[in-house]
Design a protein around this ligand. Structure first.
Ligand code: NI
Length: 139
């Protein structure tokens, strides 16, 4: 008896700055679309990342994956990379992407996925404020 499918989650936090805007739009147009997040001098968020894994329980360990290992992957690939950075100015991953929570979820997913065993499905949830969350499962 083994191999039941299970979901597990590790939550980590980091702080980073961003500005949501398009270079090809005026400040007025950017404010119309992105609101305060378009202010030219950037602002910060306390980001929460939830990394959800789904796959079979290993009959030997009883784990889907050791959460200590998952913690290490998230810290190396996401938190160490983005903590106390400015997404727009410091992070090559956002050179051609507006650093919305949506795009932060996609970039984080792309960084974490190659570090996981093939048979584990990944979902990344990014929380930018107490009230907003986005989720990405690949594709
Ligand atoms: Ni913002």
């Amino acid at each position: 008896m083994a191999g039941e499918t299970i979901r597990i989650c590790r939550r980590e936090t980091f702080n980073a700055a961003h500005r949501l805007y398009r270079k090809d739009w005026s400040d007025e147009k950017n404010y119309e679309v992105f609101g305060k997040c378009s202010y030219p001098n950037y602002h910060g968020h306390n980001y929460v990342i939830e990394v959800w894994l789904e796959g079979p329980i290993d009959p030997i360990t009883g784990y889907l994956m050791d959460l200590k290992l998952l913690k290490g992957i998230i810290q190396k690939e996401v938190c160490d990379r983005f903590d106390h950075k400015n997404f727009n100015l410091d992070c090559a991953e956002f050179k051609d992407r507006i650093p919305t929570a949506e795009n932060i979820a996609v970039v984080s997913w792309n960084l974490i996925k190659p570090e996981l065993p093939e048979n584990i499905a990944l979902e990344v949830v990014i929380q930018e404020t107490e009230k907003n969350k986005v989720a990405y499962r690949g594709n």
